[in-house]
Write a new protein. Structure first.
Length: 453
């Protein structure tokens, strides 16, 4: 009897172990997506400060997901989350960890990286994976995302700190994509830096000393004629060299200087416009990135009006283009009023990164003041994909039906430029044509291009 009891107990041990292991495994898995969860992320992160090499934490949040749930229902929303999880996991390497933190928030903790730029490349892969529409009950649903990046060592020595840094960067990217440089190889389209108190003091002085300048990136129409330039802000820092907005955007926002910086960019772009037009041999529009908050600021429209007063009071033939992130589906009355005021001044409103938001086509119908859309560079790069090509073709058709121009941004080779033109895009812009450059270099490029066309 005693022997039988001992044998029975031994036989039950493996079952108990299996049950314990199964419960433990389930405690680390998100039941909806089958990705890891927050608990697994913290366990796997370990002591980041003691590990050799850099590791990147990518934190992403879906844009407009609440609208998906409210419109289509939670069951359909769950399907969206499952597809997003699948795409995020597909970008992860064998030693990376992809998790769902909760709601519509996901994270990827990478294996050790060779250099910080690799973190940017990995982040860009995740964003690119979420650009193609999600097919849901016969509908093509586009779900955008905002992404924040933090690096171990540079931004913190433990996971809790990295999550705070990445979270701030993610919401800075979500709320303020203004003044961002165009996407290019090896460059990220999101904010991954935290405010720098020392830089804030320098930034205030820079505005007083005139250290801010703009670099211009040309645009051409379907026939190759020069029709515009995008003005991209740069800071010639006396000690740190030439800085892009990614280096100081978070600092400017935290210091309350973002509105002032935007107005400086508009002023400089308009000041450069006559030389650009002279070199191009005809009218050239200048585009400046602004945020929705800039447009609604009480000083913005009066300042633009005063800048144009010395040029006859009205921007000639839509010569000033104000680029903003995709606005809300239905505009507030205050937004409509500002759009109308700017239109009366001859300024055109353009939506950048178009096609990546959850309701891009609906935006066209509800914002009659929009004059231009710039197709998201991640879509433009994938024009060889038939599904993406059809989606961009639908954007072009809808835009042209409403009298809205379409710009293909982020063109990096001749084949992509040809595809964009074949789809009906009115303008192309990107490094294949020319990188952003100082005024003198841009003027020289425009003159040379004019001689060739």
């Amino acid at each position: 009897m005693a022997e039988r009891s001992v044998t029975g107990a031994l036989g039950r041990v493996p079952q108990r172990v299996r049950a314990f292991v199964d419960r433990r495994r389930r405690s680390y898995v998100d039941p909806l997506t089958c990705l890891g969860n927050r608990a697994l992320l913290f366990e796997r992160a370990g002591d980041l400060g003691a590990e050799p090499g850099l590791r990147a934490l990518l934190l992403l949040d879906l844009d407009g997901f609440k609208q998906v749930n409210d419109t289509l229902g939670h069951a359909q929303g769950d399907l969206v989350l499952q597809e997003v999880a699948r795409r995020v996991a597909a970008t992860a390497g064998p030693d990376d960890l992809a998790v769902r933190l909760g709601g519509d928030e996901f994270a990827v903790l990478t294996a050790p990286l060779t250099d910080p730029a690799e973190g940017d490349r990995r982040a860009e892969e995740v964003v690119a994976a979420l650009v193609p529409p999600i097919r849901l009950d016969g509908l093509d649903l586009t779900v955008g995302c905002s992404l924040g990046l933090a690096l171990s060592g540079r931004d913190g020595e433990d996971l809790a700190r990295l999550l705070r840094v990445a979270d701030r960067a993610m919401y800075a990217a979500k709320a303020s994509r203004t003044l961002a440089a165009p996407t290019r190889p090896g460059a990220s389209a999101w904010v991954s830096e935290t405010p720098d108190p020392a830089l804030a003091t320098d930034l205030a002085r820079a505005l007083e000393r005139g250290e801010m300048l703009v670099h211009h990136q040309p645009q051409v129409d379907a026939d190759g004629r020069i029709v515009g330039c995008e003005a991209l802000l740069r800071w010639q820092h006396p000690g740190r060299g030439l800085l892009t907005p990614r280096d100081f955007l978070a600092t400017a926002e935290s210091a309350g200087l973002l509105d002032h910086i935007t107005l400086v960019a508009v002023e400089q772009a308009l000041a450069d416009q006559p030389r650009l037009a002279e070199a191009a041999g005809g009218p050239v529009s200048v585009s400046v990135n602004v945020s929705g908050r800039d447009l609604l600021g009480r000083d913005f429209v009066p300042h633009v009006r005063s800048l144009l007063a010395g040029r006859g009071g009205v921007a000639t033939a839509g010569g000033l283009v104000l680029e903003m992130s995709e606005p809300a589906h239905r505009p507030a009355p205050a937004v409509v009023e500002v759009f109308e005021e700017l239109a009366d001044l001859g300024a055109r409103i353009s939506v950048q990164d178009f096609g990546a938001g959850p309701s891009s086509l609906a935006v066209l119908a509800h914002h009659p003041g929009l004059a231009e859309v710039k197709v998201h560079p991640l879509l433009v790069r994938r024009l060889a994909d038939p599904d993406v090509s059809r989606f961009v073709g639908a954007i072009v058709a809808a835009s042209h039906g409403l009298g809205v121009l379409v710009v293909a941004e982020g063109v990096e080779d001749e084949a992509t430029a040809r595809r964009a033109r074949d789809l009906g895009c009115d303008r192309v812009q990107g490094y294949w044509l020319a990188p952003p450059a100082p005024l003198a270099a841009t003027v020289a490029w425009l003159a040379a291009r004019r001689a060739q066309v």
